[in-house]
Design a protein around this ligand. Structure first.
Ligand code: ATP
Ligand code: MG
Ligand code: MG
Ligand code: MG
Length: 574
C-alpha cells in the first residue's frame, strides 16, 4: 500500500466525548467516525484491523469444524415470538415495521434464525454434530452506548451455534469452541483470561467469558493465582450463595408445585436462585408495583441467562409503604432471612431490595446492608451504577478470600468481556420444536450451544492493553499494517526512491503487510502519524544510511532506533 493512495486522517486532539484511551486514540488515529450514539463508520484504517481480527477468527473457526453461513440482519418477529424473546428482550431489541405493518427485529444475536434453519434441515442423528457461524452486524439498543467500539449499538460479532444429539455431544462441542477461543485470543497477542460465568438457568460450568485484562475493564474477575480457578464476579459468588440459599429454596419448593413457586418476600425470592433450573414461574407478593418490578429485574440480573424463567408474577400486599430500615434486626424482622445465607457469606445481612416510592422512576432505592451501615442508597438505577453495587454488596467476594477450590486466596482484576461461550441446552430447540430422529427413530430435541466474539470490541480492548503517550501499539497480528517505510526525501533523492521501491517490493514478496509513506511529509509529522496509528515496525530510509549500507529500524515499543544492514532487513522484519 502507498500512503498517497490510502486514506489517512489523524487528529492532534480527541473529541471531548471520548472518555477512555482506546476511544480517544481510535478517533485520533482516524479509525472510526461517529455518526450517532453508538453508531460508527469504520474508516479504512480501522477496517483493516477489523478484517485482520475477522480473518483470525475465521481461520480458527474453520479449523474447529465451524461452517460459515450468513444470517439476515432483519429477522421476522414471528421467530422471536416463538421463543418468547420478542417480549423478554425489552428495549435492547430494535424493532421495525415493514410497509405492510409486519414486525421485525434487527438481530442482537441469531439463536432463533439458526434454530429455524436447523429444524427444517436436520432430520437424523447422522447429520450431527454441526456448528454454524457467521460474522455479522448486530444491533443492541444499549441503555448507555459508550467508549467508542467498546459498547456500541451497532457492532460486529462472530456468533456460532452448535447442535448435538445429547449432552455429552454438547459438552464436546463446547470444549472444541473453548479451545478455539484460546487459540484466537492467543493469536491476537492479547493478555486474556477465561473465567467461569454464571449461566443461571443451566448451572454447572456451562458458560465461560473471555476477558482481555485491562484496568479500565467494566467487569471484575476473580481468580486464584495458585490454582486455575477463575470466574467472573457473579459466578464466583454464585457457588457459595447458591449453596447457602439452597436450603431455603428447596424448602420453598416443597410447598409448591415444581414449576410454580409462591414467595412472600423478596429475600425468599432470592432464595430461589438455585432452583432456577426447574422453576418456570414465580409468584411474588410485594407491597408495591415498583418494588415488584425492581425485584423482578434484580432476580433476572442475578440469573443472567434468563431463558428458563418464564415469568415473575407480581401481586400486591398492603403496609410498609415508604419504609426505610435502619438496623439489621429491622430488615430481618420485616423481610425474614434465608436460613444459612448469613453463615458462609460472612456477617452481612442479605440484601433486600426496596423501591423508594417517592421517586417515580426508581432512581433511588434502599437495599440491605453494607459495611458503612444498614442501608445502601443507589444513586442511579441501572447496570452501570447501582446494579453492580447491589450485586457486589450481595455477593461479597473480596480480594484475599479463601477460594472455592481450597487452593489459595482470591485475587481480583478487571477485564473487558470479548467472548462468551454458553451451553444453551434444549431451551431453544424445545420452544421452537427443533428435533432430530435418534438411533431408535424417536424425535429428540437438539442440544445447543452458542459462542460469541465481539469483533469490533476487540479493537478497543487491544488498545486499552497496548498504548503509550504517543498512541496505539498494535500487536502485529492485528495491526492495520505490520511495517511502515518512511523514506526521507522520496521525491527529491533518486537513491532513496530506488531503495524504497526495491525494499517495498521485497517486503511484499516476503508477505509482510507494508505501507510506504510517500506523502512527502516532514519526518516529525510522518513519525508522529505512524506512532499514533500504532504500526509495530518502522524503517527509515535516508541517503546517509544508504551510503553506509544501512537502514534505520525502530520497533513501536523501542526507545532508540538501530541501524540494520540493508542486506539483512527482510529477514530482520520477518
Ligand atoms: P456485555 O456484558 O458487555 O453487555 P453481553 O454479555 O451482553 O456483553 P453477549 O451477548 O455475551 O454480550 O455477546 C457476545 C459478545 O459480543 C460479548 O462477549 C462482547 O464481546 C460483544 N458485545 C456485546 N455487546 C456489545 C456491544 N454493545 N458493543 C460491542 N460488542 C459487544
Ligand atoms: Mg449486554
Ligand atoms: Mg456480559
Ligand atoms: Mg456475555
Amino acid at each position: 500500500m502507498r500512503a498517497s493512495r490510502f486514506f489517512i486522517s489523524t487528529l492532534k486532539e480527541a473529541p471531548s466525548d471520548a472518555e477512555i484511551v482506546s476511544h480517544q486514540l481510535m478517533m485520533r488515529a482516524g479509525m472510526i467516525k461517529r455518526i450517532g450514539s453508538g453508531i460508527y463508520t469504520y474508516m479504512p484504517m480501522g477496517l483493516r484491523v477489523i478484517r485482520k481480527v475477522e480473518a483470525i477468527i475465521r481461520e480458527e473457526m474453520n479449523a474447529a469444524a465451524g461452517i460459515e453461513l450468513l444470517m439476515p440482519l432483519v429477522q421476522p418477529a414471528e421467530l422471536w415470538q416463538e421463543t418468547g424473546r420478542w417480549d423478554k428482550m425489552g428495549a435492547e431489541l430494535l424493532r421495525v415495521k415493514d410497509r405492510h405493518g409486519r414486525d421485525y427485529a434487527i438481530q442482537p444475536t441469531s439463536e432463533e434464525v439458526i434454530t429455524d434453519v436447523v429444524r427444517s434441515e436436520i432430520k437424523s442423528y447422522r447429520q450431527l454434530p454441526l456448528n454454524f457461524y457467521h460474522i455479522q452486524t448486530k444491533f443492541r439498543d444499549e441503555r448507555r452506548p459508550r467508549f467508542g467500539l467498546m459498547r456500541g449499538r451497532e457492532f460486529t460479532m462472530k456468533d456460532a451455534y452448535s447442535f448435538d444429539r445429547d449432552l455429552a455431544g454438547l459438552q464436546a462441542s463446547y470444549q472444541i469452541m473453548f479451545d478455539a477461543y484460546v487459540k484466537i485470543f492467543t493469536r491476537f497477542g492479547l493478555k486474556f483470561r477465561a473465567v467461569a460465568a454464571d449461566n443461571g438457568a443451566i448451572g454447572g460450568s456451562g458458560s465461560h467469558e473471555f476477558h482481555v485484562i485491562a484496568s479500565t475493564g467494566e467487569d471484575a474477575l476473580v481468580y486464584c493465582p495458585s490454582s486455575d480457578y477463575a470466574a467472573n464476579m457473579e459466578a464466583a459468588e454464585a457457588l457459595p450463595v447458591a449453596a447457602a440459599r439452597g436450603a431455603a429454596g428447596q424448602a420453598l419448593a416443597k410447598t409448591a408445585t415444581p414449576d410454580t413457586v409462591k414467595c412472600e418476600t423478596v429475600a425468599a425470592l432470592l432464595g430461589l436462585l438455585p432452583l432456577a433450573q426447574t422453576v418456570k414461574t414465580i409468584a411474588l407478593t410485594v407491597e408495591t408495583e415498583s418494588e415488584g418490578k425492581l425485584a423482578k429485574r434484580y432476580f433476572m440480573l442475578l440469573l443472567r441467562g434468563d431463558h428458563e424463567l418464564n415469568e415473575v408474577k407480581v401481586g400486591k400486599v398492603a403496609g410498609l409503604a415508604g419504609h426505610r430500615f435502619s438496623t439489621e434486626a429491622e430488615i430481618l424482622e420485616v423481610y425474614g432471612t434465608v436460613p444459612g445465607y448469613l453463615g458462609p457469606i460472612g456477617t452481612k445481612v442479605p440484601v433486600t431490595v426496596v423501591a423508594d416510592r417517592t421517586v417515580a422512576n426508581m432512581h433511588d432505592f434502599v437495599c440491605g446492608a453494607n459495611d458503612a451501615g444498614y442501608h445502601y442508597t443507589g444513586a442511579n438505577w441501572g447496570r452501570d451504577a447501582a446494579e453492580p453495587a447491589i450485586v457486589a454488596d450481595l455477593r461479597n467476594v473480596v480480594e484475599g478470600d479463601a477460594s472455592p477450590d481450597g487452593k489459595g486466596v482470591l485475587a481480583i482484576e478487571r477485564g473487558i468481556e470479548v467472548g462468551h461461550v454458553f451451553q444453551l441446552g434444549t431451551s431453544y430447540s424445545e420452544s421452537m420444536k427443533a428435533t432430530f430422529l435418534d438411533e431408535n427413530g424417536k424425535p429428540a430435541p437438539l442440544q445447543m450451544g452458542c459462542y460469541g466474539i465481539g469483533v469490533t470490541r476487540i479493537l478497543g480492548a487491544a488498545i486499552e492493553q497496548n498504548f503509550d503517550d504517543k498512541g496505539i501499539i498494535w500487536p502485529t497480528a492485528i495491526a492495520p499494517f505490520e511495517l511502515v517505510l518512511c523514506p526521507m526525501s522520496y521525491d527529491r533523492s533518486e537513491l532513496v526512491k530506488e531503495a524504497t521501491d526495491t525494499l517495498y517490493a521485497a517486503m511484499q514478496a516476503a508477505g509482510v503487510d507494508v505501507i510506504v509513506d510517500d506523502r512527502g511529509l516532514r519526518p516529525g509529522a510522518m513519525f508522529a502519524d505512524w506512532e499514533l496509528i500504532g504500526v509495530p515496525h518502522r524503517i527509515v530510509i535516508g541517503e546517509r544510511g544508504l551510503k553506509e549500507g544501512n537502514l534505520e529500524y525502530l520497533g513501536r515499543r523501542d526507545t532508540e532506533a538501530s541501524a540494520v544492514p540493508l542486506a539483512d532487513i527482510v529477514s530482520f522484519i520477518q
